[in-house]
Design a protein around this ligand. Structure first.
Ligand code: GLU
Length: 395
């Protein structure tokens, strides 16, 4: 069968492909430690499970409006009003099948053929593909050495075709969390150059230290008018399999995404909407415990990586570490490193090449402290047995 170019040009998401490979090896009986996928290893809060089961048992599992139930949109609007310091109403919100779905909907709704979209490296694996699928041109912007934003590079990357910037703070894959000053500077650039900011805030509630996260939507009315927030339940409430998220911004973006999704995917899952509503209405106690656990793991993993000699900036948020393995790379780069580590060391990590930075690897610390320690033992043994490439030949 002939497959259309837009599908042949796209490869399977590296994060999902690696997770599937690690799980297949485990099913064969291999003792693999899987630090590839970013998925909280906690059950969804009890209140979520109860609400989802109650809806199923009521028998009333039906289509909802394509933008989601009014009740859930109202709860999301209230959550945004409470946390982003600006009034949101239901007309600003469209519920989607996941944050990934919200992102692809927002990209389809804002990027036209030939538009340039700035991606701040390292950038999550699916951004570049979403932009290309929409006919846009991804423009990669390198970061500072500490993985924070390089504003000179951002200014240099803006040209006459630039229309959109994609911000992700805290970041997947680095955990870097933009400061308020940095977000304000980005918002000023967006206003000056008339750009849209797609703000992926999925890890916003997982910030462990320093100043709280700050959204471009909170900077000013002008900045808010060009900011689209993408967020969802997967990471905050450990609801990955529920697949539920949202787009929030000016009413015209919310209704544009609703119109697109009314044809492409229809109403979001009503069981997951019930679960998400319960989570937003009750602020389940499990959430704070999960966050404290992630924080503790961060303090185990990063010092271990540093002890091995792998330069790793201390992440303020999310649940990823992005470690520099450049001394150990051969011509195959980080993909070859991760392949060998999985085959010989039984540890699954994601190559930095998937995020546009080939010198690094991503470790997800969404697994217990004992497994993290065991993973570090494996990684330490692997790099110790690995010849260090001379600096001049490093990729
Ligand atoms: N966002 C998570 C990750 O980066 C889940 C997998 C995916 O959707 O890419 O691992």
């Amino acid at each position: 069968m002939r497959i259309a170019r837009r599908a042949t040009d796209v490869s399977l998401s590296v994060t999902l492909a690696l997770d599937a490979r690690a799980k297949a090896l485990m099913a064969e009986g291999r003792d693999v430690i899987n630090m590839s996928v970013g998925e909280p290893d906690f059950p969804a809060p009890a209140v979520v499970q109860d609400a989802a089961c109650a809806l199923i048992r009521s028998g009333n599992v039906r289509y909802t409006a394509a933008a989601g139930t009014l009740q859930l949109r109202g709860a999301i609007a209230k959550y945004l009003t409470d946390t982003r310091g600006a009034p949101y109403e239901t007309k600003h919100v469209t519920v989607c099948h996941s944050t990934k779905h919200a992102l692809s909907g927002a990209v389809l709704a804002t990027v036209q053929e030939g538009d340039e979209v700035l991606l701040f490296l390292p950038a999550w694996v699916s951004y570049v593909e979403m932009v290309k699928l929409a006919g846009g041109v991804p423009v990669s912007v390198p970061s500072r050495a500490d993985l924070g934003p390089d504003f000179d590079a951002i200014r240099r990357a803006i040209g006459p075709k630039t229309r959109v910037m994609l911000l992700n703070s805290p970041s997947n894959p680095t955990g870097y969390t933009w400061t308020r000053k940095e977000v304000e500077e980005l918002a000023a650039i967006a206003v000056k150059h008339d750009l849209v900011i797609l703000s992926d805030e999925i890890y916003r509630r997982l910030i462990y230290e320093g100043e709280p996260d700050f959204s471009p939507a909170s900077v000013s009315a002008e900045a808010r008018a060009r900011t689209v927030i993408l967020d969802g339940a997967s990471k905050s409430y450990a609801m990955t399999g529920y697949r539920i998220g949202f787009v929030a911004g000016p009413p015209e973006i919310a209704s544009a995404v609703e119109r697109l999704h009314s044809h492409l995917t229809g109403a979001p899952n009503s069981v997951s909407q019930a679960g998400y509503l319960a989570a937003l209405q009750t602020e389940p106690p499990e959430v704070a415990k999960m966050k404290a656990e992630f924080d503790a793991r961060r303090h185990v993993l990063i010092p271990e990586l540093l002890r091995m000699g792998l330069a790793t900036p201390f992440p303020r948020g999310a649940f990823y570490a992005f470690a520099d393995v450049s001394p150990y790379l051969d011509a195959r780069g980080s993909a070859g490193f991760c392949e060998d580590l999985l085959e010989k060391g039984n540890l699954a990590l994601v190559p930095g090449s998937a995020f546009g930075v080939d010198s690094h690897v991503r470790l997800s610390y969404a697994l217990g402290v004992d497994r993290i320690r065991a993973a570090c033992t494996r990684l330490g043994a692997f790099v110790a047995a690995h010849p260090r490439a001379p600096a001049s030949t490093r990729t």
